[in-house]
Design a protein around this ligand. Structure first.
Ligand SMILES: C[S@@+](CC[C@H](N)C(=O)[O-])C[C@H]1O[C@@H](n2cnc3c(N)ncnc32)[C@H](O)[C@@H]1O
Length: 448
């Protein structure tokens, strides 16, 4: 029995001893007393569990206060946002609010130096959880590169540079280096961090790495984007009996509030596509998101990729799940100091704002841009099909502590309640590139 549980039970016995009825754990002379004892024990035990649970909740789940520097920074973003709202006549679209909160030059979450990743930041991504993630991705990259002449790698939004370092290091070990490893990063401070990490960890491969300001043309090779699509600003909409409304943001005292206005044609059209695909209208009151930027990005990806595979990793679902009746509040998720919540209007500039990805929309836009879906699988199945077993083969030779750490990391990457199921990989291909072997175990393209 778990020691804490045992301690709780012992304490529950003590509590019931103190009960005015005078019954104890050990002294029960009649069936009636047994029933009383059981009831008292159970009540004492439940009270203790409740107390422990309350302490645990207070300890772990209290929303953290921003420190004074972060609070001052957020206040500057609030002022900036207010100016934009005033200039726009009283409100801005939710997508514009999200764009400023994340990317306003010198102010937005991704461009103003916040820690973002890891323990000191707000969230962790798969490459930050374990280097095994990047090593398995590298195996898939190697497979694709092996079938191409002079293939390169192009990574969107490389975060801390962790994935780039792990992929490059593993490709080097596999003897399948790309002709170049280009990174497109919109955040100047992340560019710097990426360069430091790569210089530290793979100095001998720096000759391959370049930071670019836009996607290449006629690209041959592998494109990688991990948790980039969820960072694109989304439009929020509400369905009413009279049509679709756009959810906008306005000032409200010291903070912000949402208001609804008639949706512009582009949002009405996007909702019409969704409803047509679902085969029914979304009910009045239904609220959700649609990522218009995602479509544009995939069009640009289609013009970029001439031959090769793009691996897109993100948390997301098929359209049917995305716009399911019970998801009538949408899929926004914000992160502040490892607390996930749904209020995008608070802490502008110092919290991450994301929206889950409608992978059916990704597939549609990709096909319309001349690419083909090569596979779609939950992260766990992608990793298991992609060589996770090979990466873990040498695990037994590690010291016990390292084995435990690695096993905990693999659990985080693969368990359904952690990152295994909600995170997906969609691979897009063009020009006859090989279908990645990672999808040999599971390919859920048919669910899109
Ligand atoms: C959640 S972070 C993920 C970082 C990294 N890929 C990882 O897995 O740790 C999102 C990244 O996408 C970048 N980003 C956002 N929009 C982008 C865009 N349109 N093009 C390229 N990078 C973008 C951000 O600056 C950031 O590096």
């Amino acid at each position: 029995m778990n020691r804490n549980l045992r301690a709780l039970i012992v304490q529950a016995c003590h509590n019931s001893r103190a009960d005015p009825s005078g019954s104890t754990c050990n002294e029960y002379g009649s069936a009636g007393q047994v029933v009383v004892w059981h009831r008292e024990f159970l009540v004492g035990y439940l009270k203790l569990i409740l107390k422990e649970f309350t302490i645990h909740m207070q300890h772990d789940d209290r929303f953290p206060e921003p420190d004074s520097a972060s609070a001052a920074h957020s206040q500057r973003v609030v002022e900036f946002m207010r100016e934009r709202i005033a200039a726009a006549g009283g409100s801005i679209s939710f997508a514009e609010f999200m764009q400023h909160a994340l990317y306003a030059p010198g102010l937005g979450y991704y461009v103003a130096g916040a820690s973002k990743f890891g323990v000191a930041g707000d969230f962790v991504t798969a490459p930050e959880v374990s280097r095994v993630f990047g090593r398995v991705v590298a195996r898939q990259v190697a497979e694709v590169l092996a079938g191409l002449d002079d293939g390169a790698v192009f990574e969107y939004g490389a975060g801390s540079g962790r994935l780039a370092a792990d992929v490059l290091g593993a490709l080097n070990e596999l003897g399948v280096l790309p002709v170049s490893y280009d990174i497109l990063e919109v955040s100047p401070d992340l560019r710097e961090r990426q360069e430091c990490l790569l210089r530290d960890e793979v100095p001998e491969l720096m000759r391959l790495v370049r930071w670019v300001d836009g996607p290449p043309e006629d690209f041959t090779g592998v494109i990688i984007a991990n948790e980039v699509l969820d960072a694109f600003p989304v439009e929020r909409f509400r369905c009413t009996a009279d049509g679709v409304q756009q959810i906008c943001v306005t000032g409200h005292g010291d903070s912000f509030a949402t208001i609804a206005a008639d949706a512009p044609g582009i949002i009405q059209d996007a909702v019409a596509v969704i409803e047509r695909d679902l085969g029914q209208a979304l009910p009045p009151g239904y609220e959700s998101e649609v990522s218009l930027g995602l479509r544009e990005w995939l069009v640009s990806l289609g013009t970029t990729l001439r031959q090769g595979v793009a691996f897109l990793f993100d948390y997301g679902v098929s359209r049917r799940e995305y716009y399911a009746p019970d998801r009538d509040g949408g899929w926004l998720r914000c992160h502040f100091r490892h607390h996930a919540h749904g209020d995008a209007l608070i802490l502008p500039g110092i919290q991450d704002i994301t929206a889950w990805v409608d992978f059916t929309a990704v597939a549609e836009a990709a096909v319309a841009s001349g690419m083909e879906v090569a596979g779609f699988a939950p992260q766990a199945q992608f990793l298991m099909g992609g060589g996770l077993d090979l990466e873990l083969q040498s695990m037994e030779s590690l010291p016990a502590k390292a084995q435990l750490e690695l096993s905990a990391q693999v659990k985080t990457l693969t368990l359904p309640g952690a990152m295994g199921e909600n995170f997906k990989c969609m691979a897009l291909r063009r020009g006859g590139a090989k279908v990645p072997s990672a999808f040999r175990l599971t390919d859920r393209t048919h669910t899109l």
